[in-house]
Design a protein around this ligand. Structure first.
Ligand SMILES: Nc1ncnc2c1ncn2[C@@H]1O[C@H](COP(=O)(O)OP(=O)(O)O)[C@@H](O)[C@H]1O
Ligand SMILES: [Mg+2]
Length: 276
């Protein structure tokens, strides 16, 4: 089935439209498989994954290295297509779209945050935040104002004329977070967003993500660190390309607690199977 991106615009244009829907999942994947081919060798990275994500959720995808976390996030982000299975984003099947259609969906409906920030070094913070708008030809005086508002939200308004090399890691990740928000996406996907940051900066970034979630943003975050996952509301554990556990985080970390001290015992339920 071919879906035109325009078919899913109505909900998106309403601010926080996802939260006003009648309990429909914003993401639904059904029995997704993903095989990679290395010459004649098949690597089954995902082996039958099903997941529903509702508006306003904050999910941590956890699991050991190689368990399929990034593969799953890349599929959710329409960076890749499943070998088989269905993916409904905002109610539309996007599993079999062309590359052009996928990139259209990505730029309109998905915000990405990467471990390594992935900013464009030649551009200022302002311009980096604006980049997704250029892909859509959507730059306007209003959008410039929106860049400034988002910069304020992430605490960067004084740094908008700086280039990435003039910013700390935490500041670069704030730019990336503002960029992820510029199109008011259905979902924000974060792959190890604090993986390159020290403990206190990681805490500041998680505090910001919690704040965005409190504002209604739906976040799906990959992490292998239990103390980072503990800021989420739901933990999805993967092993060998499958979901082995999916549970609410009962002892969620609250941001007023401050960073986890070095060597501290972890309290969240998400931290209880570190031996995975
Ligand atoms: N582009 C690729 N080509 C071949 N194999 C891949 C590729 N990407 C990932 N894999 C394999 O798929 C499995 C899952 O990888 P990945 O999703 O990166 O796991 P994680 O993010 O949990 O570490 C691993 O066995 C990995 O080696
Ligand atoms: Mg990974």
């Amino acid at each position: 089935m071919t879906v035109q991106p325009s078919q899913i615009t109505e909900r998106e244009r309403q601010p926080d439209a996802g939260l006003q829907t009648s309990g429909e999942p914003v993401v639904r994947i059904v029995d997704i498989h993903k095989d990679y081919y290395l010459g004649s060798v098949v690597v089954p990275a995902l082996r039958g994954v099903s997941l529903e994500v509702y508006p306003g959720e904050f999910i941590a995808i956890m699991g050991a290295s190689g368990s399929g976390k990034s593969t799953l996030l890349n599929l959710l982000g329409c960076l890749d297509r499943p070998t088989r299975g269905q993916y409904y984003l905002g109610g539309r099947n996007v599993a079999n779209l062309s590359d052009d259609e996928l990139s259209e969906i990505r730029s309109r409906y998905i915000g990405f945050i990467f471990q390594s920030y992935n900013l464009i070094p030649q551009l200022t913070a302002f311009e980096n935040i604006e980049v997704p708008l250029y892909y859509q030809g959507n730059v306007s005086p209003e959008s410039k104002q929106r860049v400034v508002e988002l910069a304020r939200l992430v605490g960067l308004e004084r740094w908008l004329n700086h280039k990435p090399t003039q910013l700390s890691g935490g500041q670069q990740q704030r730019v990336a977070i503002a960029r992820a928000l510029i199109n008011d996406p259905y979902i924000i996907l974060a792959d190890e967003p604090t993986g390159n940051l020290d403990t206190s900066t990681s805490y500041e970034i998680m505090k910001l993500l919690v704040q965005l979630n409190d504002m209604g943003k739906t976040i799906i975050m990959v992490t292998h660190e239990p103390d980072i996952a503990a800021y989420a509301k739901r933990a999805v554990h993967m092993r060998d390309g499958k979901i082995i556990k999916d549970e609410p985080i009962t002892q969620r970390r609250v941001t007023s607690d401050g960073p986890v001290p070095a060597g501290a015992q972890l309290t969240a339920s998400a931290g209880q199977d570190a031996g995975e």
